[in-house]
Design a protein around this ligand. Structure first.
Ligand code: 13P
Length: 252
C-alpha cells in the first residue's frame, strides 16, 4: 500500500538543546494523534540522530539522516556510512537534495552509489529530484526530472525500488516562499509515476510514495496534499517549528 509521509528536513539548523526541545514537542503532539497510515519522519543533522532515535523508541515517528557516504568504512574523513546509520536505527536517508547537488557537486552516478549502499543496509532512500527555474521556463522540467531518475534510480530492481521514497522538489520553490502550484505538483508527480509504471509496473508505480517539497507550509499543504499523486511532503523551513510541522501533518 502507498504510504503517506510528512518528513522534516531540518538541514543545518538547531543546536543540541534546540533539537531536544523540537523533537520533544513533535513527540508530544503526536502522542495525542492517530497516525493511521501516516508516517512522520524527522531528519535532524547527524549529531542529533541518536537523540532523535532515543525519543523515537517511545514515540511514533521515524528518523532519517540528511546524507550518507556510499562506502561502508574507510579513510573518508568527516563522512558517515550506511552501516553507521543502520546501527543507530535510522530508517530513512535523504539523498539527491538540490543543495547537495549544487554545493557539493554530487553527480547522478554518485547518487546511484548512495542508493545502492543505503538499500544494502536496509535504509529507505528519500530520493530528491527537481528542476531549476531556467529549466522550467524553458519547459525542460520533465526532461530534467526524467534524466535524474534514469541516471540515479532506474538501475534498481523492482524489489529495491519498492523501498524508495521519491521527493519532487522544484529548486525554485525551495526556501523561496514560492511553492509549486497544486497543478504543477500533481502534473510532475503523475509524470514520475508514469515513468515508474513504464520502467517497472503499474502496480509498483501505484505503491511508490511521492512527496512534494518546496515552500510547503501549513497554509498550502492541504491543497497540495489533496492531489491524487501527492503522498505527503518533504518540509524544510516549516519543519523547524513543532506547531507548524504538526499542522502540516494534520493537513495530510
Ligand atoms: P523549504 O520547505 O524550506 O522550502 O525546503 C524544502 C526542502 O528543501 C526540503 O528538503
Amino acid at each position: 500500500m502507498r504510504k503517506k509521509i510528512v518528513a522534516g528536513n531540518w538541514k543545518m539548523n538547531k543546536t543540541f538543546l534546540e533539537a531536544e526541545e523540537l523533537i520533544a514537542q513533535v513527540a508530544e503532539a503526536l502522542e495525542n494523534r492517530k497516525l493511521k497510515d501516516k508516517i512522520v519522519v524527522l531528519c535532524p543533522p547527524f549529531l542529533f540522530l541518536e537523540l532523535a532515535t532515543d525519543i523515537a523508541v517511545e514515540s511514533n515517528f521515524s528518523v532519517g539522516a540528511q546524507n550518507v557516504y556510499p562506502d561502508d568504512r574507510g579513510a573518508f574523513t568527516g563522512e558517515i556510512s550506511p552501516p553507521m546509520l543502520e546501527s543507530m536505527e535510522v530508517e530513512y536517508c535523504i539523498i539527491g537534495h538540490s543543495e547537495r547537488r549544487k554545493y557539493f557537486n554530487e553527480s547522478h552516478e554518485f547518487l546511484a552509489r548512495k542508493l545502492d549502499a543505503l538499500l544494502k543496509h536496509n535504509i529507505k532512500p528519500v530520493f530528491c529530484c527537481g528542476e531549476l527555474l531556467p529549466e522550467r521556463k524553458a519547459k525542460k522540467h520533465f526532461k530534467v526530472v526524467e534524466k535524474q531518475l534514469n541516471e540515479s534510480l532506474f538501475h534498481l530492481n523492482k524489489e529495491e525500488m519498492s523501498e524508495v521514497v521519491i521527493a519532487y522538489e522544484p529548486v525554485w520553490a525551495i526556501g523561496t516562499g514560492v511553492n509549486a502550484t497544486s497543478e504543477q505538483a500533481q502534473e510532475m508527480h503523475a509524470f514520475i509515476r508514469g515513468l515508474i509504471a513504464k520502467k517497472y509496473s503499474k502496480k509498483l508505480s501505484g505503491e511508490i510514495t511521492i512527496l512534494y517539497g518546496g515552500s510547503c507550509n501549513s497554509k498550502n499543504a492541504k491543497e497540495l496534499f489533496s492531489n491524487p499523486d501527492v503522498d505527503g511532503g518533504l518540509i524544510g523551513g516549516a519543519s523547524l517549528k513543532a506547531e507548524e510541522f504538526i499542522a502540516i501533518f494534520d493537513a495530510l
